[in-house]
Design a protein. Structure first.
Length: 339
C-alpha cells in the first residue's frame, strides 16, 4: 500500500517515566533520542490522585514499588515540563508531547502549551477525558492497545464531534513485550478502511522488524519505547529500545520512505546497467571445436559470461546456420561467423 503523496513518518521516542523524575536525566533521554533522528519525544503526565485510587494495582510486569509511590516520585511539575519542552524544541529540535492520564493532566499540558495529544490505550474508553482533549482543538494520536472495535468506534466518534479530521489512529497491542504474532499488522488496513483517517503504529515488540513493516503498510506515525539502557529501573525500560537500535530503526524507516516515493522505470534502468549486463549475463559460445561448413546444432552451443556477444536468448536463431571458418572451443560467436 503506497501512500498517495510523499510521506514523512512521524517517529516518536516514548520516554514515558523512565527518567526517574530527574530533569537532568530526562534531558539526556531527549538529547539521545534527537541524535537518533526522531521527530518527537513523548512523556507521560501522571497526577496520581486524579487518575487512580490509592489501592490501584500495578501492571503484572512491574512490582518494584506501588503505583502511587512510582508516579508521585517521577512526576514533573509545570516548571519542570517547561524546561524539558524548551530543551527539546530549542536545543534538540524535536517536538515535545506528553500523554495525559486525567483531565487535570490535560489542564497542565494546556498551560504548558502542548501542540498535540497522544491518548494512551488505557484512556480510549474515558470519554470525559477525550471530550476535554477535543475542546483543545489540537491534533490527536489515538492508541488502541486494549480496545475492541466498538470501543474504538465510540472514541473516534467522540473525537470527531466538531468535524475535525486531525486524528490519527494507532494500532497497538498492550502486551509487554508483544510477540510478533500479536502485533496486528493486519489491523492497519482495517483501520484505514473503517475510519478513513491516517493510521500509525505504537510498537511494543522487541526489535525493529514490526514497525518497519508497519511503515510499508502505510503507517504515518511510529511510536516506540526508548531507553538509554534496558537495565534502567522502571516499568518500561526492559522492553524499550536502546539508542544504537533506535538509530537503526530511524534509518530503516527513512530508507523505506525514499524507496516508496522514488519511481523506477524498469526499461530505462536496464539500459543504464550495460556494464552489469555484460558482466553477469551470458553469450553464446562454441561447446567444442567446430570445422568450417558445419551446421550448428543445439549440442554445439554453450552459454557463458561475459554478455558482450550474441545473447543467450537468441540461441534458436543460430540453429542450422553454417559456419564460414574453423571455430575453436569457447569461441564467442559473432554474426560474421556464419554464411
Amino acid at each position: 500500500m503506497t501512500p498517495s503523496k510523499k510521506q514523512h513518518t512521524n517517529i516518536i521516542a516514548e520516554i514515558g517515566n523512565t527518567h526517574e523524575g530527574s530533569v537532568g536525566l530526562a534531558k539526556q533521554f531527549i538529547k539521545s533520542a534527537a541524535e537518533c533522528g526522531v521527530d518527537t519525544v513523548k512523556f507521560q503526565t501522571h497526577i496520581f490522585e486524579a487518575e487512580s485510587l490509592p489501592n490501584a494495582p500495578n501492571p503484572p510486569y512491574f512490582t518494584g514499588e506501588s503505583r502511587k509511590e512510582y508516579f508521585e516520585r517521577t512526576a514533573f511539575n509545570l516548571g519542570q515540563y517547561k524546561q524539558l519542552k524548551e530543551f527539546a524544541e530549542k536545543e534538540c529540535h524535536v517536538r515535545f508531547i506528553s500523554s495525559p492520564f486525567s483531565i487535570e493532566a490535560v489542564d497542565l499540558l494546556e498551560d504548558l502549551g502542548i501542540q498535540e495529544y497522544k491518548i494512551p490505550s488505557g484512556e480510549v474508553t474515558n470519554l470525559p477525558l477525550l471530550k476535554r482533549i477535543l475542546r483543545t482543538n489540537k491534533p490527536v494520536l489515538l492508541s488502541s492497545g486494549m480496545s475492541s472495535w466498538d470501543e474504538l468506534d465510540r472514541a473516534v466518534e467522540t473525537l470527531k464531534l466538531n468535524g475535525s479530521s486531525d486524528l490519527t489512529i494507532l494500532q497497538c497491542t498492550s502486551e509487554y513485550p508483544c510477540p510478533p504474532e500479536n502485533a496486528g499488522l493486519n489491523i492497519l488496513s482495517e483501520m484505514k478502511k473503517r475510519f478513513n483517517l491516517p493510521i500509525g503504529y505504537s510498537d511494543h515488540t522487541l526489535g525493529t522488524a514490526i514497525p518497519v513493516a508497519a511503515v510499508v503498510l502505510g503507517a504515518t506515525v511510529i511510536e516506540k519505547h526508548f531507553t538509554l539502557s534496558k537495565r534502567m529501573y522502571g516499568s518500561d525500560a526492559m522492553n524499550a529500545t536502546e539508542p544504537h537500535e533506535f538509530k537503526k530503526l530511524v534509518k530503516a524507516i527513512r530508507d523505506i520512505e525514499t524507496s516508496l516515493h522514488s519511481t523506477v522505470n524498469k526499461d530505462q534502468k536496464a539500459s543504464e546497467l550495460t556494464i552489469m549486463k555484460q558482466t553477469f549475463e551470458k553469450s553464446i559460445v562454441s561447446a567444442s571445436n567446430l570445422p568450417k561448413g558445419h551446421n550448428i546444432q543445439d549440442s554445439d552451443l554453450a552459454f557463458k559470461k561475459p554478455g558482450s556477444g550474441i545473447p543467450a536468448y537468441s540461441y534458436q536463431s543460430l540453429i542450422g546456420k553454417v559456419i564460414n571458418k574453423n571455430i575453436p572451443q569457447n569461441h564467442m560467436f559473432q554474426l560474421s561467423d556464419f554464411t
